[in-house]
Design a protein around this ligand. Structure first.
Ligand code: NIG
Ligand code: FE
Length: 417
């Protein structure tokens, strides 16, 4: 069959090739094909391999020379707080002086200051800012992004955020998967009445479901935010409404959010910097993905998650940016990947599996994306390197040269195309 696009002269094509979630030692394995080609038809992967590709080429086939570089699946950022207004550099000097993240939140800053800005922002302002971030992410080679609400903390603004996500999904190449995070903090109007706010959340999630605005519900399970029992109550209600679940778990204080994720069969438990040994074993004995966010450890000057321990125990790991205005103000997933290497001591192969197939699995989209496989979406990236190690070794810069999304060239020579 003739292809719409054939990428040829790929130095090495690297892709996950096992059934997800990849757990423990499985994460160190990738399929590597030298001198490869990849053929695309109707936005899907038609064929790939090494050697002769002339069967796929017809008069109208677009031939693209990868110039001996590596080709990898499109990166998947499976934890971001993409849609919000404003920024928090006004808290930066407090942060540098060592005022703790949760202390700034208690003083009404932190998440709550972004809530004020997001409530006040127009739909267009939110859309424009998020579009700018999405373009940045795409330039880094990210072809799918999970986006959480959680800066409205009232139905009207949460819906505004989720509608922006939906419109963004329809108006640019990157796929966006939405998560309702009404349980990100208790808004000031419910101060002293968390029970009331939880009831409100249970009501609001029904409306979000009716409007089909989110696939996941997430909770910030943390000391002085939502405790374990409150998180359980919110997540059980969400599960009963038909949502898939995610949890901000054991980010700062070890509360047992990782174990709760296993108990409720969440798709992922995220952060886990303070996860207990017991919760690590529970995660290892489940298919819940440990979604680690090393840029947040870097930015909050906190411990890094015990990734090596988790891999030895047999956990499935994904890596995400946690892009948000407070604890990780950076769209750069490659930086998170470099921290995963240098600080989490994960190998390049493990990290590539973590940001592709395991991320796709935790978003429930691994049937369509997350690896180079015939029939999957033709989402792939040509990196400006002839080997995988180099992109971890040479840190802080963008190594993405070209991006194809659904078979269409969207970044060419490091520029949006
Ligand atoms: O993942 N932990 C909760 N939420 C974000 C931070 C959000 C914010 O500070 O605005 C996080 O770290
Ligand atoms: Fe987060």
């Amino acid at each position: 069959m003739h292809a719409d696009v054939v990428v040829y002269n790929i130095g090495t094509l690297l892709t996950p090739n096992q059934v997800p979630p990849l757990k423990g030692f499985q994460m160190s394995k990738l399929l590597e094909i030298k001198n490869a080609y990849l053929a695309v038809k109707n936005g899907k992967i038609l064929a790939f391999g090494s050697g002769d590709y002339s069967n796929y080429v017809a008069k109208r086939t677009h031939l693209y020379n990868a110039k001996g570089r590596i080709l990898i699946p499109g990166l998947i950022d499976s934890h971001t707080h993409l849609i919000h207004a404003g920024s928090r550099e006004n808290e930066f000097s407090q942060k540098i002086k060592g005022v703790p993240y949760l202390e700034i939140l208690k003083q009404g800053g932190g998440i709550l200051s972004t809530v004020n800005a997001t409530r006040a922002a127009s739909y267009l302002d939110l859309f424009t800012k998020a579009m700018k971030s999405i373009e940045e992410m795409l330039l880094f080679g990210v072809t799918t992004v999970e986006a959480k609400s959680g800066y409205g903390l009232n139905l009207e603004t949460e819906i505004k955020q989720l509608e922006v996500a939906k419109e963004l999904n329809n108006n640019q190449p990157v796929d966006i998967v939405s998560t309702y995070l009404g349980a990100h903090a208790t808004p000031l109007e419910f101060k002293g009445n968390k029970k009331g706010y939880i009831n409100e959340l249970k009501h609001d999630m029904k409306i979000i479901k009716e409007k089909e605005l989110a696939k996941f519900v997430d909770v910030f399970c943390e000391d002085s935010v939502f405790n374990l029992d409150e998180s359980r109550e919110i997540l059980i209600a969400a599960k009963n409404e038909g949502f898939d679940l995610k949890i901000h778990a054991d980010e700062i204080v070890s509360l047992g959010g990782g174990g709760l994720a296993v108990e409720l069969e969440a798709k992922s438990a995220d952060h886990l910097m303070a996860a207990s040994e017991e919760d690590i074993s529970r995660l290892a004995n489940s298919n819940v993905v440990a979604n680690l966010l090393p840029s947040t450890s870097f930015y909050l000057n906190k411990d890094y998650a015990k990734a090596r321990r988790m891999i030895d125990a047999g956990c499935a790991i994904s890596i995400s940016s946690d892009y948000n205005p407070g604890s990780s103000p950076s769209e750069n997933l490659q930086f998170s990947m470099q921290l995963a290497a240098n600080k989490l001591r994960m190998t390049p192969n493990e990290i590539l599996n973590a940001v592709t197939i395991n991320a796709a699995y935790n978003l429930g989209i691994d049937q369509n994306t997350g690896s180079i496989e015939v029939g999957k979406q033709a989402d792939f990236v040509i990196m400006d390197s002839t080997n995988l190690d180099y992109i971890f070794y040479h840190f802080g810069i963008n190594h993405t040269n070209d991006v194809f999304k659904d078979g269409i060239l969207v970044v060419k020579d490091k520029t949006l195309y």
